[in-house]
Design a protein around this ligand. Structure first.
Ligand code: AMP
Ligand code: GLY
Length: 418
């Protein structure tokens, strides 16, 4: 099969590498991919949001299958467009991708179908939002309705800051994404990410994982796209998995189908284990980054076959097998990220015993150089989490570039759970 993977980050590199293991994926293109992905797929400089460009490319190459990995093209209807040309895809249609692209939609879905989540209200009027804020306990969670590059969530310690966040969002800080604002109850407890394959009827959760969103050790500093991940997440015990399957995973998939928005693809459940049970913090309509770089290395089954079964609505749990090992993915970033940072430095990689998934990397005259905030993730699997963490950090030492920065505590919180 000729396969096109849309996207150009570490997540897409992990998907490409897994697809390469499949007997049926003969040729893999990445649009646009990056300088590191170029070692594993043919990268073509078409933007992930250039839906017409992607469609024309897929037709020209007679692609059998397109994997749409990032949120933007999914929200823009890339899968609908490709389907219209008779091209099979992995990823939800636009109406289903709304579970991520509109938080107001996701919250209303959960309310209607009794799926546990934080109590909330939606506002389009700043005055009404401010009145509601005056009635709430602190801290207060304020979220822009639409996609905001992971920056649309404010946990306000005071009412004044909550009101300021509302005014900024409604004032156009995130464009249309912030015209509608969700204000919700603050929940506490360990967070768990669960990626799940679903064909709209059957849902098969992958091994759970834990993201590390803040830039600094001990979860301090600014939010980032994710500085590392471990899998499985030890807080998510088998009992909690069962609870979530019953109260969240299957109800969500059924709810989407009942709404005429059957979700086919990878549905990401951002969960919190609260004192009142497992609740949904957010849904994403795609594989998470960097969770994918920790989860996919543990997948033993053929990813291409799973993706085909999802698209053809014949997914069954026995198609998805995971190793019972653990994994750790540590992100190496450019110092200064997520704010200002420099790029263009040569990346030297002498590590042999780890997977390296490139994100902000470009090839210049055959030399791989840094080209972004998050440069790459180094990912290792091992029989225990402790070993995986140690080996991942060992491997990270064998990769060098100017201004390299990483957190030193990926996996520490997970290991503390035991
Ligand atoms: P999101 O972009 O929705 O994933 O939110 C980013 C982060 O904000 C989450 O990973 C949580 O750590 C935090 N967060 C979001 N909503 C809540 C909430 N209702 N209570 C506590 N923390 C939250
Ligand atoms: N790791 C969280 C996300 O992909 O949005």
């Amino acid at each position: 099969m000729i396969v096109v993977v849309v996207g150009g980050g570490g997540r897409e590199h992990a998907i490409v590498k897994k697809l390469k293991e499949s007997a049926s994926a003969d040729k893999i293109y990445a649009l646009p991919g990056n300088g590191g992905i170029a070692a594993d797929a043919e990268c073509v400089d078409i933007k992930a949001t250039d839906i017409e460009g992607i469609t024309a490319f897929a037709k020209e190459k007679k692609a059998d299958f397109v994997v749409v990995a990032p949120d933007d093209p999914l929200a823009m209807g890339a899968v609908d467009r490709l389907h219209a040309e008779g091209i099979k895809c992995f990823g939800p249609v636009k109406a289903a991708a709304e579970i991520e692209s509109s938080k107001a939609f996701a919250k209303a879905l959960m309310k209607k179908y009794g799926i546990p989540t934080a109590a909330y209200e939606v506002f389009t009027d700043a005055g009404a939002a401010e009145k509601y804020i005056d009635t709430l306990p602190l801290p207060i969670v304020v979220k822009a309705d639409g996609l905001a590059l992971g920056k649309g969530v404010v946990i306000a310690p005071t009412r004044e800051e909550a009101k300021k966040a509302v005014r900024e969002m409604m004032g156009g800080r995130f464009g249309e994404s912030g015209k509608k604002v969700v204000i919700e109850e603050f929940l506490t407890g360990p967070e768990v990410s669960v990626l799940a394959f679903t064909d709209g009827r059957t849902v098969v959760p992958m091994v759970s994982s834990m993201d590390h969103k803040r830039i600094g050790d001990n979860d301090t500093g600014l939010n980032t796209g994710g500085m590392g991940a471990v899998a499985p997440n030890p807080y998510f015990t088998p009992e909690l998995v069962k609870e979530a399957e019953r109260t969240i995973f299957l109800p969500t998939v059924k709810a989407m189908a009942a709404e005429g928005r059957a979700f086919r693809g990878c549905l990401y459940f951002g969960l919190m284990i609260t004192p009142d049970g497992v609740k949904v913090i957010e849904y994403n309509s795609r594989f998470g980054d960097p969770e994918t770089q920790a989860v996919l290395p543990l997948l033993k089954s053929d990813l291409m076959e799973i993706m085909l079964a999802v698209e053809e609505e014949r997914l069954s749990p026995d198609m998805v097998r995971f190793s019972d090992e653990c994994s750790c993915a540590v992100v190496l970033a450019s110092k200064g990220y997520p704010e200002k940072y420099e790029t263009g430095y040569e990346i030297r990689n002498s590590c042999k015993d780890a997977e390296v998934y490139y994100a902000g990397a470009k090839l210049e005259n055959g030399v791989l150089k840094t080209a972004g905030g998050r440069v790459l993730a180094v990912s290792v699997t091992a029989p225990t989490l402790k070993e995986a963490v140690e080996k991942a950090y060992g491997a990270a030492e064998e990769i060098s570039f100017e201004n390299k920065y990483m957190r030193s505590d990926i996996g520490a919180r997970a290991m503390a759970a035991k």
